[in-house]
Ligand binder design. Structure first.
Ligand code: SAM
Length: 299
């Protein structure tokens, strides 16, 4: 879809153009950093769902600035600072000040996690950011649900690639399930906050989870399924069978009492307003043959 006149008037849209950013979202990450200092002490970062690349541009610039002093003091090279950007879409290259390694792929794939770790020379990231958004349908409940699934996919790959103590920042749609998502993040991170940068429109339900101090549960083994399934499986609810083998089996058929004295009893409480009430009304004065005929017709 082309830019609307509203986008053109937007101050962050104009500032993004003036500052050479590919999208206005750059300011969201910069404003989150102002409060949470997410880039401090970080030299390995992953940008999930990165295209067209404004967050990667911010990462390249800010990691260069932040690491400049330590580079000269510790004889570090620019190549020791590493940024990986992943997206389904191709993205124009970012080569300076820090080169961004691009992986065109799906964040739900284990192979993507492995490629990231390989690029980091088998080290893990200290920060993972994700501005992922599925194509919106315009149906709020569905959009919210799909966004939450993308966020869980981002959390999942993060459990493969983030070092203990690391940070995770990701887009969330504030809806009915926000508390549940918050609890799911809390399983893995000591501190979780929800941030709304001023560059994110007030009219949008978009916000960002800022998760600090990655500390997965003991013995947690990352897998490419919902991370909470594996993290929480030690809390399986006990399943208790009641009764013994001598009791009647509810899946079996038993014959009626065979002494011929079987007497039919009506059910104690019939449904007050059964779905078949209308057809009973219609057929009550008909013969059994006609009732059966009508029932067959209505099915
Ligand atoms: N942060 C970016 C920037 O500043 O330029 C903007 C990201 S854009 C809002 C959302 C991106 O999520 C799209 O480019 C889309 O291709 C990507 N995306 C959605 N689902 C994805 C998935 N499963 N794997 C990788 N990328 C995905």
């Amino acid at each position: 879809m082309g830019k609307t006149s509203k986008d053109k008037r937007d101050i962050y849209y104009r500032q993004a153009k003036e500052n050479g950013y590919r999208a206005r979202s750059a300011f969201k990450l910069l404003q989150i950093d102002k409060v949470f200092h997410i880039f401090d002490g970080v030299s390995r970062v992953v940008d999930l769902c990165a295209a067209p690349g404004s967050w990667s541009q911010v990462l390249s610039k800010r990691l260069y600035e932040n690491n400049c002093i330590s580079m000269s003091e510790n004889n570090l090279d620019k190549d020791d600072v590493k940024i990986v950007a992943v997206d389904l879409q191709a993205m124009a290259p970012i080569n300076a000040p820090i080169c961004v390694k691009q992986l065109q792929g799906d964040i739900t794939q284990l192979s993507v996690a492995n490629e990231i770790i390989a690029y980091f020379d088998d080290k893990k990231a200290q920060l993972v950011v994700c501005d992922g958004a599925p194509d919106v349908t315009g149906l709020h409940d569905i959009d919210e649900y799909i966004q939450s699934q993308l966020l869980l996919a981002a959390l999942n790959i993060t459990t493969h690639i983030l070092a203990n103590g690391g940070k995770f920042v990701a887009k969330i749609f504030r809806g009915k399930d926000t508390s549940l998502l918050y609890s799911q993040m809390r399983v893995f991170f000591k501190k979780v906050s929800i941030a709304k940068p001023s560059s994110s429109r007030n009219s949008s339900i978009e916000a960002f989870v800022v998760c600090e101090n990655y500390s997965p549960p003991d013995n947690y083994v990352p897998q490419m399924i919902d991370p909470n399934t594996t993290a929480l499986d030690k809390n399986i609810v006990p399943f208790v069978v009641c009764g013994d083998l001598g009791n009647l089996d509810s899946d079996m058929s038993y014959s009626l009492i065979s002494d011929g004295k079987y007497e039919y009893k009506e059910v104690l409480q019939k449904p007050i307003s059964p779905a078949y009430k209308e057809i009973l009304e219609k057929t009550k004065n008909l013969s059994l043959k006609h009732q059966n005929y009508l029932l067959k017709e209505t099915h």
